[in-house]
Every structure is written in structure tokens, then in C-alpha cells.
Design a protein around this ligand. Structure first.
Ligand code: ACO
Length: 370
């Protein structure tokens, strides 16, 4: 047996959804740079599910379906009200998404038609859950979703109860495009492992949310903000980072299993961070981030990943830091569900082996002698 720790370099499936070849990320063969500049998140979700960009009427129909499905069952909102006040935001999302299945009569319908409908429904409802959780924990009532608007608009609207600023909507929409899919990342793999047992799509997405929560994956964007807050000001960056590196601590938002020459999504978020900083007249987080990059890349050769500049972008948009990873989940739901649909189409149980390293030839010792 050859053991490959972390399955590094192992090709576990074929997929026609997204690819990372020579450091270039594409969704269905379209470069992420092109999509980030020229497509909305709704168009990208359609692309991931159906394999092609929608025409205008297909896009209108998808937005209409999102509007139709965006409200979540009242029972789910009532349950969120019962969560302990210090509930972790990703734990809340994982629990609420799991409970959505209880109120969907078609939860266990494995037809392709039902599964694509549930994919669209999950995509519509996850933003509603995140926004409702954020309000309920502050003692506010959830805001009902608006019809006919984009997911980025609706999320900001449901979060604050106010019409969002167009610049904020555009920035969030672009961030959603950039996070939508990423080949066989840890959470997508978790989703595929779960549904490869022919379990349902809600179980797959619940598994994926659990995997995304960790700081080595989606949780890194929040961890970056914790670090920026700990540093406090531009003048403290150098001593803080040098001490961390000397201590061999990991710097969150840097490094990647697949990209060694840099994450192609990071430059878009860096640009967004700079532009939002300029627009709001507060460049400190951006400047601190650039300085951190200079030090970490200079000393360790590590480049920022998608999570690094997301932290300053979302903070400038006045989004609380523990919603950064749930926003990642809002976006990645499109990729997870596309992969789940693809897994069902050509399924085989995913069941690798482990090399046993424990004791052998043991016997049951009578309990009194243990
Ligand atoms: N800071 C400092 N050193 C690092 C970092 C980092 N962020 N990332 C990797 N290294 C070092 C490791 O310490 C290790 O050094 P060593 O060989 O001297 O022991 C070497 O680089 C290889 O790192 P691994 O952790 O083995 O790489 P792996 O491919 O297993 O992990 C990962 C990749 C998890 C992304 C890692 O780079 C990391 O922990 N980064 C910080 C967390 C983060 O930003 N995660 C988000 C990733 S993007 C995403 O999931 C959306």
C-alpha cells in the first residue's frame, strides 16, 4: 500500500465542472478572470449546473425561481431563534441547512428533475438563512427576501433591512463569482463522498458546510480578519508577522495545496479591496494586507489565496467577520450542488483504504484484569 497523506496529487474522479491547469482556474472551460469581469453570480450558477451560460430568458427564469424559493420554512426560522446566543455562524448554517430537508417533501426524491430543483432551492435559501441568523442573534426579526433581485443584492438587503449600495452589491457579486467552484476542494469532496452513498442532496450540502467551516479551508477568511484585528495598525505589521514566522506559525490566507505560483482569484480580491478602501476613504486594512503579503511572500515564498483579501473586502462592506465563511458557503453552494448532480450521474461509492498501523494479535483481556 502506498499512503498519500492528505490525498495530495491523487486524481479521485473525472469532472467537467471546473479545472485548475497550470495555475489557471476555469469554470466549464471559461477562465475565471473572464467570468469575474463579465458574468454575474446567477449566470455562473447556471453555467455550473447546466454546462453553458444562460441566454436572457433562461437567466430571467433562474432569477424567478430563486425568488420563488428564497423564503425558508417558518419552522426553520423558529429553530434558529432557539440556538444558543453564542452559536458559531457556520454551525448555525450547517444545522439550519440540515433541517431544511425535514420540510421538503421531495428531500429523498432522487430523480434528476427533483435534484436540480433542490439545488436551485438550496442556493436560494442559504443566503436567507445566513441573513436571518445574523439578525436573530441581535434580537432583530428576519427580513423577508425581495423578488427579482440578485442574490448579492438580496443578501445585503436581508442583512440590514435597507436597500444596499450598488458598489457593495457589485463587489459581493464578484466575490460570489470567484468562490463558486474550485475543482475537488475539501468541502466539494466531502459532498461527493456523502452523496456517493446515494444519500440525498441536503446531506451532501450539510457535509460540505461542515468541511468548509475549518480554518484550513473556508474558515481561513475569518481567521485572516482575526489576525488583522490582532495586528491593529500598519506600524505593527512587521513585528507581528516576523514573530509569527520565527515561531513557525501559519499565516492564515497564505499557501494552497494546488497553487504554488499564486491563486488566480486573489488578484481580483486585492483589486476590490484597494478600490473599496479608496471609495470609503479608509485604506488601512488594504495597506496592512499588502505589507503582510510582502513579508510572507518575501520570507516564505507563499502567495495569498482567495481568503486573504476577502477579509478586508468584507470588512469594508461592513459585514461582521463571522459571516465571511457563511458567505463563502452561499457562493460555493452552486459548485457543491453541481458536483453532487455530476456524482449522481455517474456514481460509484467512494471508499478508499487505510494502512493499518495499530497493534496486531491482541486478545480480549477479562474486564477485571484490565
Ligand atoms: N503560513 C506559513 N507556512 C505555511 C503556510 C502558511 N499559511 N502554508 C503552508 N506553510 C508551510 C507549512 O508549514 C509547510 O512547511 P514545512 O514543509 O516546513 O513543514 C509547507 O508550507 C507546506 O504546507 P502544508 O500545510 O503541508 O501544505 P498543505 O498543502 O497540506 O496545506 C493549506 C495547504 C492548508 C492551504 C496551508 O497552506 C495552510 O494551512 N494555509 C493557511 C490556511 C488557509 O489560508 N487556508 C485557506 C486555503 S484556500 C481555501 O480553502 C479556500
Amino acid at each position: 500500500m502506498t499512503v498519500t497523506k492528505g490525498l495530495e496529487g491523487i486524481v479521485a474522479t473525472t469532472s467537467s465542472i471546473s479545472s485548475i491547469i497550470d495555475g489557471v482556474l476555469t469554470y466549464r472551460g471559461i477562465n475565471i478572470d473572464d467570468l469575474a469581469e463579465h458574468a454575474s453570480f446567477e449566470e455562473v450558477a447556471y453555467l455550473l449546473w447546466y454546462g453553458k451560460l444562460p441566454n436572457q430568458s433562461e437567466l430571467d427564469e433562474l432569477i424567478q425561481k430563486f425568488s420563488e424559493y428564497a423564503a425558508v420554512p417558518a419552522q426553520v426560522l423558529e429553530q434558529i431563534k432557539l440556538y444558543p446566543s453564542n452559536t458559531n455562524s457556520m454551525a448555525a448554517l450547517r444545522t439550519a441547512v440540515s433541517s431544511l430537508a425535514l420540510y421538503d417533501e421531495s428531500a429523498n426524491d432522487m430523480s434528476q428533475e427533483a435534484n436540480i430543483r433542490k439545488a436551485i432551492k438550496l442556493q436560494a435559501q442559504i443566503p436567507t438563512i445566513v441573513a436571518a441568523f445574523a439578525r436573530i442573534r441581535k434580537g432583530q426579526e428576519p427580513v423577508a427576501p425581495k423578488s427579482g433581485v440578485s442574490i448579492a443584492y438580496n443578501f445585503l438587503y436581508m442583512l440590514t433591512g435597507q436597500e444596499p449600495d450598488q458598489v457593495a452589491v457589485k463587489a459581493l457579486d464578484q466575490a460570489l463569482v470567484l468562490h463558486a467552484d474550485h475543482e475537488l476542494n475539501a468541502s466539494t469532496f466531502a459532498a461527493r463522498v456523502t452523496v456517493a452513498t446515494l444519500s440525498d442532496i441536503y446531506s451532501g450540502v450539510t457535509s460540505a458546510i461542515g468541511a468548509l467551516k475549518g480554518p484550513l479551508h473556508g474558515g481561513a477568511n475569518e481567521a485572516v480578519m482575526v489576525m488583522l484585528e490582532e495586528i491593529g495598525s500598519f506600524d505593527n505589521v512587521e513585528s507581528y508577522i516576523n514573530a509569527k514566522l520565527a515561531n513557525k506559525d501559519k499565516i492564515m490566507g497564505f499557501g494552497h495545496r494546488v497553487y504554488k505560483g499564486g491563486d488566480p482569484r486573489a488578484k481580483h480580491l486585492q483589486k476590490m479591496s484597494r478600490e473599496l478602501g479608496k471609495l470609503t476613504g479608509n485604506m488601512e486594512l488594504y495597506e496592512m494586507s499588502v505589507k503582510i503579503e510582502e513579508l510572507v511572500t518575501g520570507q516564505k515564498g507563499l502567495k495569498p489565496n482567495v481568503d486573504f483579501y476577502s477579509a478586508s473586502v468584507y470588512t469594508t462592506l461592513q459585514i461582521p467577520r463571522d459571516l465571511f465563511t457563511p458567505i463563502f458557503a452561499i457562493s460555493r453552494c452552486s459548485g457543491w450542488t453541481a458536483h453532487i448532480l455530476e456524482q449522481y450521474e455517474n456514481n460509484r461509492l467512494i471508499r478508499p483504504r487505510a494502512e493499518y498501523t495499530g497493534p496486531v494479535d491482541q486478545k480480549v483481556t477479562p474486564i477485571a484484569e484490565r
